[in-house]
Design a protein around this ligand. Structure first.
Ligand SMILES: Cc1cc2nc3c(=O)[nH]c(=O)nc-3n(C[C@H](O)[C@H](O)[C@H](O)COP(=O)(O)OP(=O)(O)OC[C@H]3O[C@@H](n4cnc5c(N)ncnc54)[C@H](O)[C@@H]3O)c2cc1C
Length: 409
């Protein structure tokens, strides 16, 4: 049996690494129990992540942002256009960070660059250790600690297990937490491309009958693409020749980004959703997609996961300061209070927005069109929505505030 630190984080995806770094930054001894970092494998993820401002502040406070900022592009505006060919068409609306007095809402970063930066920061953190395993096979909570059984035959113990092992997490069952899962009749096509017109740091989100088609700025005249389609159409499109794909995308974008070139490889992601009824129990905290999976609309998925990480760091650090059990029921209850409502509200809003695109129901189209019309013409409402989109419900965790004072390093 391998004794471990106070906290064992299962999984070294972006949410797990951020959680480990955040808790170490708040003065706790943390062990990451996961497969070793594999740069070649990470490079196969062609996605990029649009991070909102507080997520970027968290990465700065975790000493990760400077390690990848050169590969990120600022997101200064979000333009939403209705391309649903519906009877009632919503007007175009642009959310501009300048309306909030901000230079940008956040930044878009390729996933491999983000993961590399988080791993570098983890390697440099004196309170972080790692146990390399191909997988944690079982989590066994006890009265005073929790044991992780490793695929290689050993085990590790900690006072709190932080499950950041993604959407197929083994933790909810061990924690007796119920997870509701569902699928959408949609598949996302993901790629990146160069273009002749500047993107002006603007996200383009075209709301189409089959789902959103979103371009997100990358440095220079390049953008990433998340194009959500009916699954059979997505498979057809992804199999087109590069030239035919480029022409079709150019047509869909109606010339906004000019002529397209240098198309990257295309990958498919079937869309699904998941929602845990609690953020943790029985010495197990759920973080990131182990707790919630939402469709890629409005850049919410990992932003929620990073907020989980920062909130859990606050809850555990406060327990440690009080001399409480850091894996005890009080800490998990505080963590659920900090994150449960925000996760539920945002997941429901994204689910509703996605489903409202798919419907042919005329009254819903009318309500949707009217709501967007009000939004397009009301700077005050736009500002309110933008602030809500950036901050979410409740106070920001301490490490998501700019230049947060840090306990430990
Ligand atoms: C097309 C698409 C576009 C997206 N765009 C955005 C965006 O713009 N903005 C945004 O905020 N979000 C976005 N998301 C969501 C975002 O990608 C996810 O929320 C995020 O990757 C989840 O991170 P995670 O660390 O929770 O899980 P994962 O990235 O899945 O990491 C889980 C880790 O746990 C490890 N693991 C699994 N099982 C075990 C085990 N038993 N033992 C040990 N380790 C284990 C895995 O190897 C993996 O490294 C997008 C998602 C998709 C599909």
């Amino acid at each position: 049996m391998t004794p471990t630190a106070d906290i064992a984080v299962i999984g070294a995806g972006p949410a797990g690494l951020a959680a480990a770094l955040a808790m170490a930054r708040r003065g706790l001894a943390v062990t990451i129990v996961a497969p070793p970092y594999d740069a070649a494998r990470a490079a196969a993820d062609r996605r990029t992540t649009a991070l909102i401002g507080p997520s970027v502040d968290l990465l700065k406070n975790l000493d990760a942002w400077d390690r990848c900022a050169a590969e990120a592009a600022p997101l200064a505006a979000v333009r939403i256009a209705d391309d649903r060919e519906a009877l009632v068409r919503a007007p175009e609306v642009t959310f501009d960070a300048a309306e909030l007095g901000l230079e940008s809402f956040g930044a878009n970063i390729p996933n491999p660059a983000l993961l590399a930066a988080l791993n570098e920061a983890a390697d440099a953190s004196p309170r972080l250790t790692r146990i390399a395993t191909s997988a944690v096979l079982a989590i066994e909570p006890g009265n005073s600690d929790v044991r992780l059984k490793l695929a290689e035959g050993g085990s590790a113990t900690a006072r709190l297990a932080v499950a950041a092992d993604g959407r197929n997490s083994i933790a909810p069952k061990a924690a007796s937490v119920t997870v509701r899962t569902w699928t959408y009749p949609q598949t996302a096509i993901v790629t990146s491309f160069g273009h002749t017109r500047p993107h002006n740091d603007t996200v383009n989100e075209l709301h189409r009958r089959t789902g959103p088609l979103t371009t997100v700025p990358l440095p220079g005249r390049r953008s990433s693409l998340v194009w959500v389609e009916d699954p059979s159409e997505a498979h057809r499109i992804v199999d087109l020749t590069g030239e035919a794909f480029g022409e079709l995308l150019e047509e869909r974008l109606q010339g906004v980004l000019g002529t397209l070139h240098d198309l990257g490889p295309r990958l498919l992601y079937p869309l699904s959703g998941a929602s845990a009824d609690r953020m943790g129990a029985r010495r197990i905290a759920l973080v990131g997609e182990a707790a919630h999976v939402i469709p890629p609309l409005g850049a919410q998925g990992l932003n929620l996961g990073l907020k989980d990480a920062a909130a859990l760091a606050d809850c555990t650090a406060e327990a440690q300061t009080r001399g409480d059990d850091i894996g005890g029921a009080h800490v998990l209850a505080a963590y659920h209070r900090a994150r449960g409502a925000d996760v539920t509200a945002r997941s429901a809003a994204i689910d509703l927005l996605n489903r409202s695109l798919l419907t042919d129901f005329l009254p819903l189209d009318v309500v949707r069109g009217a709501a967007v019309h009000v939004m397009a013409n009301s700077p005050a409402l736009r500002r309110l929505l933008m602030r809500g989109g950036l901050r979410g419900a409740g106070p920001l965790p301490s490490l998501m505030r700019p230049n947060a004072p840090l306990a430990g390093s």
